[in-house]
Design a protein around this ligand. Sequence first.
Ligand code: ADP
Ligand code: ASP
Ligand code: MG
Length: 463
Amino acid sequence: MKFGGTSVGTAAAIGRTVEILAEGRASGDAQVAVVSAMGGVTNMLLAEATSAAGGDREAAERLCEGLRERHFAAIAELVGPGEPGERTRVAIDELCQRCGRLLESVYVLRDLSTRSSDLIVSFGERMSSLVVAAALEARGVAAVNVDSDRVIVTDDSFGAANPMLDETRVQAEAVLRPLLESGTLPVVTGFFGASRSGATTTLGRSGSDYSASIIGNALRADEIVIWTDVDGVMTADPRLVPDARTLPSISFSEATELAYFGAKVIHARTMQPAAALSIPIWIKNTFNKVHPGTRIGPDAVKNGAVKGITAISNVSVVTVEGSGFLGVASVTGRVFGAIGRAGINVYMISQASSQHSLSFLVPNADGPHAVQLLEQELELELHRQTILSVSLNPDLAAIAVVGAGMRGTPGVAGNVFQTLGNNHINIVAIAQGSSELNISCVISMSDLERAVPSLHEAFHLGK
Ligand code: ADP
Ligand code: ASP
Ligand code: MG
């Protein structure tokens, strides 16, 4: 069972989390809890580490105070004076000091590498897991916090590490299984693991969902439950579409597609380790636990062609244009080689059939860098004018219409483009996955708030 930032964000929320774990335990199930940092703490760690690297001398002290305040307040309310509160306060205090010293080094060096950043941000989960374990103990449930760098083994791609499932299984059997067998509930930190050489690595922002399914896979769990602050995976982001509905069940691939195209409710890689062993994932609401939630499983339930509408905000289209593509396979390869080596994430690709232009979608923040890289890579072609230009079109959004049922259902694309057209929304680029799981298109950021609700309505997805 994984509990997200909101579910462990305040003493009241942790109270609900503890309640859910205590109930599960009473039913006799062996459970592992995986917890995120208290809501906002990861952002605070990143912001202060960045300030320290920029020469802010006060950042370390400010961070220590902020972390202490947040966690001590929760402990005071949940655990009170005496044990296990005292022990937990001492442990949190030690972590605050360690984290503060790391920030002092960052300040002195004026350098924040992804390796240092991964270690620093891991402190949020290290602290929240201590608080949750103490709250469970205070409620009479035997529990112990476990740092996931003892469990999840990854490669050393800092910032977006890849788990090694076989090695992780060995660690999980050694560290977690004995706790389960002795009736102690392990409260594992989400978000990070460690490389073979022992360096802390994170799985990427929002990676605690992924941690839970990696551990579920490693222990061959019967099910994985992601507890969050909405009733499940919905037909659209409820912040954009007030009448969005909770989907009772979707397939692993539909969930991956929705997540990849912006449904923040679950991290896009979460489905992989679960799907590998056909372990169902449930998305449920910590604050409305009677709701059945969404079941993500191997089987696609066919109810309508389209399941949901999602969007990725603040993206840019990079376009490379010129006859240099004609019959020259290597140009495309070089374009994506250069982008890939720089670690820039490409969301979507579209190529005109004349092979005259190639467009792809990147985060706004990476747009100028991508253009610069391609101008270097294609310098000769630009000089010879076989490539005419590398251009950038910023402040766009990608919307995706997702559903396994659209495979072989005619008219979905027609409905999408007609709806956007009727609303006077201009389409910058279009792509359809060959799996026919989604149709996506790029529009202006300023049209996003109209586009998603109108598509939601056009496919009758509302309540
Ligand atoms: P947690 O901290 O529990 O991991 P997140 O904030 O990462 O929670 O994800 C839950 C949020 O995802 C919801 O509060 C909701 O605003 C947002 N969200 C975006 N798209 C969707 C969607 N299609 N279905 C449900 N929630 C969504
Ligand atoms: N705390 C991490 C983050 O904010 C991981 C997570 O919450 O899933 O990205
Ligand atoms: Mg999340």
